[in-house]
Design a protein around this ligand. Structure first.
Ligand code: 13P
Length: 249
């Protein structure tokens, strides 16, 4: 059985005081939620507040990105060891917004994933097709390429320590959720890639999260698909009640 990961990606929202206020409300709402892992990924500037507020709970804190060098003259960047030392357990890698606005490629996704693993962080690596790619029937090919040129180049030991998030770009922040069947099809295609590269055991073990307009009122039908091993939530993770009801689907 794969334990679901219910993860929130706060993107560029909230300051430290708002972070502390969120956790005050959120903590009691998920105190009994042992059916899943809970991860919240705030902006770098809120990591200290989030780690302090999550202390003594099972809520993991993650960063939204990292740079692959350990340290150096890279103005504006933050490394895996720094994120780890700040108290994070997780890090997002290759989010479509990083790919779209900040030149992330499959190659840099791989470099960042390796750097995260070396720092002892659990990477959640994002993949997903754009609307035009889906409409022209290329979804599986795009996912296969993102896999083969990215995380498919990890060693088997490295791969065993990552989770994947399938986030169709057209479903992010648009209110257009993939149907549960569409999500499950994409997850099956990804798991097929994993099986081909790393074998049946790795394919059965890897957790694949769905992301894209997940809300309290659609999480249940999405999670009813056995292919979905959790969700990566943007907008609906910013409100404590809303994210708690997603966690407790
Ligand atoms: P929304 O839930 O706001 O669509 O964002 C999804 C996402 O990008 C999570 O990483």
């Amino acid at each position: 059985m794969r334990k679901p990961i219910m993860a929130g990606n706060w993107k560029m929202y909230k300051n430290p005081a708002e972070t502390t206020a969120f956790f005050e409300k959120f903590r009691p709402l998920v105190a009994q939620s042992e059916h899943c892992e809970i991860v919240i990924c705030p902006p770098y500037t809120n990591i200290a507040a989030a780690v302090a507020a999550a202390q003594g709970t099972r809520i993991g804190i993650g960063a939204q990105d990292l740079y692959w060098a350990k340290e150096g003259a890279f103005t504006g960047e933050v490394s895996g060891p720094m994120i780890k030392a700040s108290g994070c357990s997780h890090v997002l890698v290759g989010h479509s917004e990083r790919r779209q606005y900040f030149d992330e490629t499959n190659e840099t996704v791989l470099q960042r994933t390796i750097a995260a693993l070396e720092a002892g962080l659990s990477p959640i690596v994002c993949v997903g097709e754009r609307l035009a790619e889906r409409e022209s029937g290329e979804t599986e090919a795009v996912l296969a390429l993102q896999f083969r040129a990215g995380i498919g180049l990890l060693s088997a030991d490295q791969f065993a320590r990552i989770a994947i998030a399938y986030e169709p770009v057209w479903a992010i922040g648009t209110g257009k959720t993939a149907t549960p069947e569409m999500a499950a099809d994409a997850h099956r295609a990804l798991r097929g890639q994993v099986r081909g590269r790393y074998g049946a055991e790795a394919a059965d073990a890897v957790r694949i999260l769905y992301g894209g307009s997940v809300k309290p009122d659609n999480v249940r039908i999405l999670m009813a698909q056995p292919e979905l091993d959790g969700v990566l939530v943007g907008g609906a993770s910013l409100d404590a009640n809303s994210f708690a009801s997603i966690v407790n689907f």
